[in-house]
Design a protein around this ligand. Structure first.
Ligand SMILES: NC(=O)c1ccc[n+]([C@@H]2O[C@H](COP(=O)([O-])OP(=O)(O)OC[C@H]3O[C@@H](n4cnc5c(N)ncnc54)[C@H](O)[C@@H]3O)[C@@H](O)[C@H]2O)c1
Length: 445
């Protein structure tokens, strides 16, 4: 049993803290957002994450898990302190390390003995050294501290399962004693452990996310080319996916990636390179292709509907992916903003994320609907932006009967085009059919 403090109780910190308490440790989750801590103390989970609520309740009941805004008390009472605060994107593309610095200052000021400080936040190479020096600078008395980088690879929507069954655990440390403590902490998970120095561990996280984002932009680019050649990209994915060097995972063409990680991490890695005079053209292109997927969808709608002014578009799915309420950098939100800019009205529905999307977008030009059929009613077009399971069972005939128009853009390639067409709707997937003007050109030949 270890005494652990988690500074930052968001998607990563709360899952990390809860899972470590589930493994038998005594954990205090800290956040400077008092409202969040109040909700946790009242037994509420401040965001949607499957199975997290039950696990929190169980461990609170067993007195292994507590919540506080008092970072100093949490630090003083713990041997291991995780930093899991946000590292959002600054306007210039760099990672904003303000919260990491603040956490390091608070940890330093409260230091009362030897500690292992673990960075779980995704941070640029060299941040570990920065955290270490901030802590030392703010410590009233010098105590041995060891800063370990332990990047997190969980996915929102399956975060608890991912945390408890990781593909690997990365530990960046050159301190043998700290390594031993961390190995013991993670031992119950029986996962491969990769030990590196701190800088390498920091780089591993960026490289992993950049690779995954690259895979998405790659298959989106292939899909866009397939459209020009009247080739179905899904068959292409199948054909290349059997090659074990390629694999089938993360080869799903769509309207692009989003969320709180890929967009900012690709940009932050690019900036790390650029400030060292390497332009990182591939990372740049990954991001560009991703942004264009949204623009392509808008252009498609514009063509299909003969302009967007006065048109009504139903957007199904607002979270950046299914099974989360996280709308940070969600493709659906970027799409809606562009549609509104061009004069369309939007009827939006998400099973979980309506409230957060409303907070992010406001209500000008948007009606948030509690039901998917309510959002489709009176629409000229539907765009499926996030592939929640409930959308897979969409009754196309019911949609067709209540819509004003007949266009369905399947932004995640989940529908059967024949079934959509049988209901009298016009199906447009990603990389599955030629664009209408290209069809016209082909027919004229
Ligand atoms: N969300 C993911 O799926 C995911 C996956 C892997 C890694 N990460 C990384 O983990 C980090 C955290 O991400 P997140 O999605 O959990 O962020 P988040 O915004 O959900 O949570 C961060 C929390 O930290 C709190 N906080 C900020 N400054 C603080 C301070 N000084 N003291 C105490 N609390 C403070 C905020 O109030 C917030 O509750 C980021 O670096 C992110 O890139 C995220």
């Amino acid at each position: 049993m270890r005494r652990i403090a988690i500074v930052g109780s968001g998607y990563v910190g709360l899952v990390t803290g809860t899972c470590f308490s589930e493994l038998g440790n005594r954990v205090v989750c800290v956040d400077n957002d008092a409202a969040k801590i109040e909700r946790l103390d009242a037994g509420e989970v401040p965001f949607y994450e499957p199975s997290l609520g039950e696990m929190i309740a169980r461990n609170v009941q067993a007195r292994r898990l507590t919540f506080t805004t008092d970072v100093a008390a949490a630090v003083r009472g713990s041997e291991i302190i995780f930093i899991a605060v946000g590292t959002p994107m600054r306007a210039d593309g760099h990672a904003d390390l303000g919260a990491v610095r603040a956490a390091a200052r608070d940890i330093g000021a409260a230091l009362n003995g030897p500690k292992i400080v673990v960075s779980k936040s995704t941070v640029p190479v060299e941040t570990g050294e920065m955290v270490s020096s901030i802590i030392r600078r703010h410590a009233r008395a010098q105590h041995p501290i060891s800063v370990v980088s332990n990047p997190e690879f969980l996915r929102e929507g399956s975060a608890v399962a991912d945390f408890l069954r990781p593909d690997r655990i990365v530990l960046g440390t050159e301190d043998a004693a700290a390594e031993q403590v961390m190995r013991e902490l993670y031992a119950p998970l029986e996962a491969p452990i990769v030990v590196t120095d701190v800088r390498t561990a920091e780089m591993i996280k960026y490289a992993a996310n950049a690779f995954l984002a690259t895979k998405i932009s790659f298959i989106n680019e292939i899909a866009n080319i397939c459209e020009l050649l009247d080739v179905d990209v899904r068959a292409v994915c199948n054909g290349i996916g059997y090659d074990q060097r390629i694999g089938t995972k993360f080869l799903n063409p769509g309207i692009g990636y989003g969320g709180s990680c890929f967009p900012k991490d690709v940009r932050a890695l690019e900036q790390l390179a650029v400030e060292r005079d390497y332009q990182a053209p591939l990372l740049h292109a990954v991001e560009l292709v991703n942004r264009r997927q949204i623009e392509r969808t808008v252009v498609r709608l514009e063509r299909e509907l003969g302009g967007l002014r006065g048109r009504v578009v139903a957007v199904l799915g607002l979270a950046f992916k299914p099974n989360t309420d996280d709308v940070r950098d969600a493709p659906a939100l970027a799409l809606i903003a562009r549609l509104l800019d061009r004069g369309a009205a939007v009827r939006a529905h998400d099973p979980i994320a309506n409230a957060l999307a409303r907070e992010a977008l406001g209500t000008d030009g948007i009606v948030f609907c509690d039901d998917m059929y309510e959002s489709v009613s009176g629409a000229d077009a539907i765009v499926l932006a996030t592939e929640w399971n409930e959308f897979r069972a969409l009754d196309f005939a019911r949609c067709a009967a209540s819509m004003r128009g007949s266009v369905l853009i399947d932004g995640r390639n989940v529908f059967d085009p024949d079934k959509v067409r049988a209901a009298g709707l016009r199906y447009l997937g990603i990389g599955r059919v030629k664009l209408p003007d290209q069809l016209d050109a082909a027919e004229r030949k």
